[in-house]
Design a protein around this ligand. Structure first.
Ligand code: ZN
Length: 138
C-alpha cells in the first residue's frame, strides 16, 4: 500500500471565505501516483472546515447567511468562549460545516457524484491555516 501526506496552506483575506480546493487535491492525487484508494482532506484548525458541495456563488452566499443566522459573529459578548477571544461563532460554524471529507479514488480520479467539489471553509480568517491531505491506496 502506498501512502501520501501533504499540508496545504491558506490565508483568506477576509474573516469568512469558501475556497474551491478541488484542483489542489487533484494535483496531490497526481503526485501520489495512487490509482485506487481513498483521499482524506481535513482542516487542521478548529475554526475552519473542509466540505463537499456545489461550486455556485448563490449557494455560497446562502451558506454564509445561514451560518450567520445560526451563529452570528456579533455581538461577540454573547458567547462565553469570547473571553479574550472573538471567534466563538467560528468554532460553531466549523462544527456545522464539518472537519473533513473522504473521497474514493478510482482509476486515478476523485470519484465524485454530480457537481461535487471540495471546499475549504474559513470562519476566522486573515491568518495562515492548514489543510491536511492524506491519500492511501495503490
Ligand atoms: Zn476560539
Amino acid at each position: 500500500m502506498k501512502s501520501y501526506r501533504k499540508e496545504l496552506w491558506f490565508n483568506a483575506p477576509t474573516r469568512r471565505a469558501f475556497i474551491n480546493i478541488t484542483a489542489q487535491i487533484e494535483e496531490c492525487l497526481r503526485e501520489s501516483g495512487i490509482k485506487e484508494g481513498l483521499v482524506l482532506v481535513n482542516a487542521m484548525h478548529i475554526t475552519a472546515s473542509v466540505f463537499i458541495n456545489d461550486d455556485e456563488s448563490g449557494l455560497h452566499h446562502d451558506f454564509d447567511k445561514w451560518l450567520e443566522k445560526l451563529a452570528p459573529h456579533e455581538p461577540v459578548s454573547q458567547y462565553r468562549h469570547n473571553v479574550g477571544e472573538d471567534n466563538a461563532d467560528a468554532h460553531l460554524k466549523r462544527q456545522v460545516m464539518g472537519r473533513e471529507v473522504i473521497v474514493a479514488v478510482t482509476e486515478s480520479k476523485l470519484d465524485f457524484g454530480p457537481w461535487e467539489q471540495i471546499f475549504y471553509g474559513e470562519f476566522d480568517g486573515k491568518r495562515k491555516k492548514r489543510v491536511l491531505v492524506k491519500i492511501i491506496g495503490e
